[in-house]
Design a protein. Structure first.
Length: 258
């Protein structure tokens, strides 16, 4: 069970709602974010979600033992303008990776631009950030994190691409409340650093980038680009070294090439 009183006492959350099962925490949060009076940050979580959404047409199903939640945040309260939002997305992934390293010291934790976190070379966390149409300064940050849901009995295909904290820790289990609190506090600290301009986000993120130095393809709608990943720029763009130039890409799906 998630300890809601602890979440409210030990983080900057103003409100928390937790359910046994929902279709999608992001869908629920998008509806809630249209309310004119809303205390933020406001977290909506579920032990299980059956229609979780990832980027594009991807799906994220939260199973027993995972952490699936969405946080409604008011960006003006962080002192962040829309120009900072791409970096806010990257800070979210960096906060997850920092939290993972604290619980699993010595494990290989990496970041895949723009919003995946890897553990031991496989995906452990996905992030989806959406905007509230009625109140554009409100963002919904959806996170699916594999904590105690083991992939040991999953198909070989799935085991090749996904993992969890418990699988990495040889079956040890973790307090999901502790994991969530550690992430939320790290997220708050890193976001403050971005607002203050006191973090070299490009340097920290590029160190953990699993794509750096590898040939990749970026697909953004009908536009495709191929080159070698050179990390990220200070504004959050992915740097792609092609045969002709060093390009900056602000959106798209990235695939490693053979």
């Amino acid at each position: 069970m998630i300890d809601i009183p602890r979440l409210l006492a030990e983080t900057n959350l103003r409100q928390v709602e937790w359910f046994e099962q929902v279709d999608s925490t992001n869908d629920w949060a998008l509806q809630l974010a249209t309310q004119p009076i809303l205390q933020t940050p406001h977290l909506i979580g579920a032990d299980r979600q059956v229609s979780g959404r990832g980027r594009g047409t991807n799906r994220w199903w939260g199973s027993d033992g995972s952490l699936t939640f969405s946080v409604i945040v008011d960006m003006t309260s962080f002192g962040l303008t829309p120009i900072d939002w791409p970096r806010f997305s990257l800070v979210t992934g960096l906060a997850v990776s920092t939290m993972l390293s604290s619980f699993l010291p010595g494990s290989a934790v990496g970041l895949k631009w723009p919003n995946d976190v890897w553990l031991q070379g496989r995906k452990v966390c996905g992030i989806l950030i959406e905007q509230c149409d009625r109140y554009p300064d409100r963002l919904i940050v959806g996170i699916g994190l594999n904590v105690n849901n083991s992939f040991e009995d999953a198909s070989e295909e799935l085991r090749q691409i996904a993992t969890s904290m418990t699988d990495t820790a040889s079956g040890s289990t973790f307090s999901r409340t502790d994991v969530l609190i550690r992430f939320l506090n790290e997220w708050k600290t890193l976001t403050q650093y971005v607002a203050e301009g006191s973090i070299n986000l490009a340097e920290r993120w590029s160190r953990a980038c699993v794509l750096s130095g590898f040939p990749v393809k970026i697909i953004n709608g009908k536009v495709e680009a191929i080159g070698v990943c050179a990390g990220i720029d200070s504004d959050g763009a992915l740097l792609l070294r092609t045969a002709f130039a060093l390009e900056k890409h602000y959106a798209g799906t990235v695939r490693l090439l053979e």
